[in-house]
Design a protein around this ligand. Structure first.
Ligand SMILES: O=C(O)CCC(=O)C(=O)O
Ligand SMILES: [Fe+2]
Length: 289
């Protein structure tokens, strides 16, 4: 992003639907998020307790168990950038931590989390390590935020998760029709992409699967809009009250302690055993057995 004296972050964001910022989040906090969540990622992971969802590459709402995730989501620089862009207070309501690229197809977040007034929602993607082109960086289609509000019926579809693939086809057609061009977010550790509710984006393919793509996305509502989920809106709008992140600075807040020492030791023993098996197999192969 080139911000000049003529272009404030607000103007740039309004024109392009996204902005890249240096968050200035303490590197120790970024590293603590990576270290704290590392037992829960990959094929050998332990299942985290106390989060909303987890699979080998994604943990939803890890802020429940890891304070540094909370600190990233509520970092002063991110919140003040959002205030500058929207002129409203932003409240984080969901975190997603990733270990690898998602390769997620192109979508707008408003199809998942819509609101009234339209557009008072955004995503912030914080790089927890330097992100190169082969790690499956985030992809954005600048200016696509200009598209009008579109929900399932606007694509001739019934609202519902089972219609999502058809929605994605509709999005591909729109990109072609408008000639939007993709921009990949090759950014440094500690930088972040802020994107508008309506801007089209996704994950690019991870060219080198041996690499990681450690990142945290936080979704925010701004100015306390009325939130609703298009996918669940078969009989009128499915409104909901977003569960905003608790305040870990209050005395009652307790970060989940994470897996017990027994679970950690068992996990480590399992990893060592599997590693030994791989090594043994290699030796036997070399001996021609
Ligand atoms: O990180 C990615 O690859 C995509 C994430 C995304 O689309 C989202 O969290 O809204
Ligand atoms: Fe998204």
């Amino acid at each position: 992003m080139q911000l000049t004296e003529q272009s404030t972050i607000r103007e740039y964001f309004q024109e392009n639907g996204y902005a890249i910022i240096d968050t200035g989040i303490d590197e120790a906090v970024l590293d603590a998020a990576v270290a704290g969540l590392s037992p829960y990622f990959g094929d050998e992971r332990v299942e985290p307790e106390g989060v909303s969802y987890a699979d080998p590459g994604r943990i939803q709402d890890a802020w429940f168990i890891e304070n540094s995730v909370y600190k990233i989501a509520t970092s002063e620089s991110v919140l003040s950038s959002l205030k500058e862009i929207y002129g409203l207070e932003a409240e984080p309501f969901q975190t997603l931590n990733f270990y690898k690229g998602t390769g997620q197809p192109t979508h707008s977040d408003s199809i998942h989390f819509n609101c009234e007034p339209f557009g008072n929602m955004c995503g912030v993607w914080v790089a927890l390590e330097d992100i190169g082109p082969d790690q499956g960086p985030l992809r954005i289609y600048p200016k696509s935020q200009e598209l009008e509000e579109m929900n399932y019926p606007d694509f001739g579809l019934e609202p519902g998760y089972d219609q999502y693939p058809q929605y994605l086809n509709g999005i591909e057609n729109l990109i072609e029709k408008h000639g939007y061009e993709e921009r990949r977010a090759i950014i440094k550790k500690g930088q972040a992409v802020i994107w508008a509710a309506n801007v089209l984006h996704g994950g690019s393919p991870q060219n080198d699967i041996s690499l990681t793509r450690k990142s945290q996305v936080t979704h925010y509502y701004v100015g306390k809009p009325k939130a609703w989920r298009p996918s669940e809106s078969t009989n009128g709008r499915a409104y909901f009250v977003p569960e905003t992140l608790g305040d870990c600075t209050t005395p009652g807040f307790r970060a989940h302690p994470g897996p017990s020492i027994v679970t950690r030791v068992a996990g480590r023993a399992r990893r060592l055993r599997d590693h030994a098996r791989v090594v043994a197999k290699g030796v036997l192969n070399k001996l021609g057995r």
